[in-house]
Write a protein that binds this ligand. Structure first.
Ligand SMILES: [Ca+2]
Ligand SMILES: [Ca+2]
Length: 361
């Protein structure tokens, strides 16, 4: 009798403290299924453990039969990454994330993002050319770069980010992410995922390597393809404008530690020639500063309205303030300033934007 009570107590203890309950697809167990969960699947890819008894992918709380040996940081058992409960973490679990995407349970503990500072933290860039003609299939392709020559990426294991766009310009199923010549891919050790919310104009992307298997480098990681919506164009007698922004970025190393990455926006201007039927898409960075490095002066060119600019030296001292009176272009003389990096703060109708300019006489 006494032995039975002890066993009973041990079982209760295990249920309370040991075994997790899994919501299939919510790998980091924060209450919501999204592209961040796929970073964890990538990280634990190929790991095996006990199968879930009576496992399904249904959106309901499911008991696991036994804990796996490994844990993610935050004491999250790897059993959460085995979304379909078959005892291995692989691409079938990715399908469960698709199936249960955006579903929530309990109180959602929102995923965090560390916003990088432009020109100080490595960028995730929409590497847009100035002007693209998209007469064939109306497809717009924008290469995406992670890191650059001066801001390299150390220990990339995976990245999740979102692309925000005006849904009225884009066909319902027309956004795709293609990994082509990509420095984060070697021997095909990578998978990518895109979930497109056409109603709100948000496409969530995840690209991750298989397992804990990081790589360092910078440059092209793939390209975004967007098909421009035909239907709106015949109505457009004038140019149509919109924005594509890349944000909500979470880049992780092999231990799922997050690195700050700066975001990016391009403006696009679409015009359809009513005679030739050629659609001309002009892409433009939100703010262009050139030349950079600057010798005696630099130009600012943007679609935004600039109220004023401030220039700070490397010591953080304010050395110039200039009114722009809501203009969207102008020239700034920097001849009196010393050589080195300077921070330009632009006060615009879309908030304060910081840019880095190198002055080199
Ligand atoms: Ca989650
Ligand atoms: Ca599985």
């Amino acid at each position: 009798m006494r032995q039975t009570i002890i066993i009973f107590i041990i079982i209760i203890f295990q249920i309370n403290l040991g075994l997790a309950q899994v919501w299939p697809g919510d790998v980091n167990n924060n209450g919501v299924v999204n592209n961040i969960d796929l970073l964890y699947i990538g990280n634990a890819y190929g790991t095996t453990g006990p199968k879930r008894i009576d496992a399904t992918s249904n959106w309901e709380e499911q008991d696991i039969s036994a804990n796996w040996n490994e844990f993610f940081s935050g004491n999250i058992n790897l059993a959460h990454a085995d979304c379909n409960g078959d005892g291995i973490i692989d691409l079938l679990d990715l399908i469960v994330v698709y199936t249960n995407y955006n579903k929530t349970h309990d109180v959602v503990d929102q995923d965090f993002f560390i916003s990088g500072i432009p020109n100080l933290d490595p960028p995730l860039l929409l590497n847009a050319k100035d002007s693209i003609q998209v007469s064939q299939g109306h497809q717009l392709t924008i290469p995406i770069h992670l890191g650059n020559d001066s801001l390299q990426i150390d220990n990339f294991n995976g990245i999740a980010f979102s692309i925000y766009y005006q849904p009225e310009f884009v066909k319902a199923t027309s956004i795709s992410f293609n990994i082509d010549d990509s420095w984060i891919k070697d021997s095909l050790e990578i998978f990518s995922f895109i979930q497109n919310d056409t109603e709100n104009g948000v496409a969530d992307v995840t690209i991750t390597r298989y397992g804990q298997n990081s790589i360092s480098g910078s440059g092209n990681i793939g390209s975004l393809s967007i098909i421009i919506e035909d239907d709106i164009l015949p109505l457009a007698t004038d140019e149509q404008e919109g924005e594509i922004t890349i944000d909500s970025i979470r880049m992780v190393d092999e231990f799922l530690n997050t690195t700050a990455i700066s975001n990016d926006t391009v403006l696009y201007i679409i015009k359809r020639d009513s005679i030739t039927n050629i659609i001309d898409v002009k892409l433009q960075k939100e703010i262009n500063i050139s030349p950079n490095p600057a010798m005696d002066w630099f130009n600012i060119d943007t679609k935004l309205n600039i109220q004023k600019i401030e220039i700070y030296n490397i010591l953080g001292e304010l050395i110039l303030q200039d009114k722009f009176n809501n203009k969207n272009h102008g020239q700034v003389r920097v001849k009196p300033f010393s050589n080195g990096i300077h921070i330009i703060k632009l006060f615009t109708n879309k908030g304060v934007i910081s840019k880095k300019v190198l002055i080199k006489h």
